[in-house]
Write a protein that binds this ligand. Structure first.
Ligand SMILES: *Cc1c(COP(=O)(O)O)cnc(C)c1O
Length: 368
C-alpha cells in the first residue's frame, strides 16, 4: 500500500530545538501578553521582512480584521477586492461593516486585474484590498498609482507571500499595510499566527492596544478592542521555524522545478508562469486544466482514489458564497475570469519534505 499524500504538511523544527526554545517559559511562567518570545520574534521578523513595524497576532485573519479596523473607514464604504481568495479576506472586510466590491483577476498570475479597478471606483470607495495569491505579487505599482489618484487606502492580504521579494524589495513594504498568515499550512508557521506590517509609526500603539482589548495603560481603555494576541508558544515555534525557512524554501523550489519538468508542454495543462523581477517562496503549485483530456474534477477524483489530496483552491469564489447570496455586489458572473479559473484549478501537494518519487506518482496519475 502506497503512502497517502496530503496537500501540505506543516514545517516543524526538531523536538529538541522546540523544547530548548520553550524551556525558559517554565522559569518565567509568562505565557502570553507580549512576553520575551513574542518580543524576540517581532524583532526577527522586522529584520527578515525589512519593514519598520511588525505587530504579531494569534492568527492571520484577526491581523487583517484589525488592520482594516485601524484605518477607521466610514461604515458602508466600498472596498475593491478579489473573489479569488480564501474566505478570510472577504469576511474581514464585511466584519468591519464595509462592502466588498469584487474585481476580476488576470489569467496570467490570478491576482487582481489592475485594468478593471478604476471602473469599479465610486464616491463610496474607501480602500483596495488585493491578495498576493499563491505568493504571486500583485501589480503593486499600478495599484499604488490608482490609490494615490483617488485617495484610497491599500492593505495587501499577503498571507501566501511570506519571504517573497519584488525587484529586491520585501513584499511587506507595499501599500499602507500588509497582512501575513503564519497558519500551520503556510510557508512559515507559528502553529496559528499572523502579523501586520507597515511603516507608519503612529499605528504601533493603536494596533498594539487594539489586539489587547483596547487597553492603553494600567487604568485606561482607549478603544473598543478585542483579543488577538500571539502567545509565547506560538512565538517560540516561529523562532525555531524562521531559522530553517530559507532551507525549506529551497527544498520547495526543487519540488516545483520537478513538477514543471514533468508537466510542461502538455496540451490543456497550464502551469504557473514565472513572474518577472520576483523571488518566489514556492508556496503553492496551482495547475489549470483547460481543454485537457480530463477535467479538473476528474483529475481531483483520480488523485483522491489513489490517496492523494489535491485542493480546489480557490473554489468556490468568495462572491459565490451562500452567505453573500443577497449582497448586491456578489455573483460569480461578474468576475468571469476568476470563475473560469476557479472551475479549472487544482493546487497539487507541495511541502518541503515531499519526495520527488511522490511527485512522479502524482504526475503519472495526472498524465496516464
Ligand atoms: C490563510 C489565509 C488567511 C487567514 O489566515 P489564518 O492565519 O488562517 O487566520 C487569509 N487570507 C488568505 C489568502 C489565506 O490563505
Amino acid at each position: 500500500m502506497l503512502n497517502e499524500i496530503l496537500v501540505t504538511s506543516s514545517s516543524m523544527p526538531s523536538k529538541e530545538e522546540f523544547f530548548e526554545e520553550i524551556s525558559e517559559l517554565w522559569d518565567t511562567h509568562w505565557l502570553t501578553n507580549m512576553g520575551i518570545k513574542h518580543k524576540l520574534l517581532q524583532e526577527k521578523l522586522e529584520n527578515y521582512l525589512e519593514v519598520p513595524h511588525v505587530i504579531l497576532y494569534t492568527n492571520g485573519h484577526l491581523a487583517l480584521e484589525n488592520a482594516i479596523a485601524a484605518l477607521n473607514l466610514p461604515k458602508g464604504g466600498e472596498v475593491i477586492t478579489t473573489p479569488f481568495t480564501f474566505a478570510s479576506t472577504t469576511h474581514a472586510i464585511v466584519r468591519n461593516g464595509l462592502v466588498p466590491v469584487f474585481c476580476d483577476i488576470n489569467d496570467e498570475n490570478y491576482t487582481m486585474d489592475v485594468n478593471k479597478i478604476e471602473a469599479l471606483i465610486t464616491d463610496q470607495t474607501v480602500a483596495i484590498i488585493p491578495v498576493h495569491v499563491y505568493g504571486s505579487i500583485c501589480d503593486v505599482e499600478e495599484i499604488d498609482r490608482i490609490a494615490r489618484k483617488y485617495g484610497l487606502k491599500v492593505i495587501y492580504d499577503a498571507a501566501h507571500a511570506f519571504a517573497v521579494k519584488y525587484k529586491g524589495a520585501s513584499v511587506a513594504c507595499f501599500g499602507d499595510a500588509s497582512m501575513f498568515s503564519f497558519h500551520a499550512t503556510k510557508v512559515f508557521n507559528t502553529i496559528e499566527g499572523g502579523a501586520v506590517c507597515f511603516k507608519n509609526d503612529s499605528w504601533v500603539q493603536l494596533l498594539n492596544d487594539q489586539k489587547n482589548f483596547g487597553i492603553h495603560g494600567p487604568e485606561e481603555v482607549a478603544y473598543v478592542g478585542g483579543n488577538a494576541k500571539m502567545n509565547e508558544f506560538q512565538a517560540a515555534m516561529g523562532l525555531c521555524n524562521i531559522r530553517h525557512l530559507d532551507e525549506e524554501i529551497n527544498k520547495r523550489k526543487l519540488i516545483v522545478e520537478y513538477y514543471i519538468k514533468r508537466l510542461s508542454g502538455i496540451d490543456g495543462i497550464k502551469l504557473p508562469s514565472k513572474q518577472k523581477d520576483v523571488e518566489s517562496n514556492y508556496a503553492y503549485f496551482p495547475v489549470v486544466f483547460d481543454g485537457y483530456k480530463y477535467t479538473r474534477n476528474e483529475v481531483f477524483t483520480r488523485l483522491a482514489e489513489k490517496g492523494i489530496a489535491a485542493r480546489k483552491y480557490f473554489y468556490p469564489l468568495t462572491n459565490g458564497f451562500e452567505c453573500y447570496r443577497n449582497y448586491p455586489t456578489a455573483g460569480t458572473e461578474k468576475t468571469p475570469i476568476a470563475q473560469h479559473i476557479a472551475l479549472r484549478v487544482l493546487t497539487l501537494p507541495l511541502y518541503a519534505d515531499l519526495r520527488l518519487d511522490d511527485v512522479d506518482r502524482i504526475c503519472n496519475i495526472i498524465l496516464e
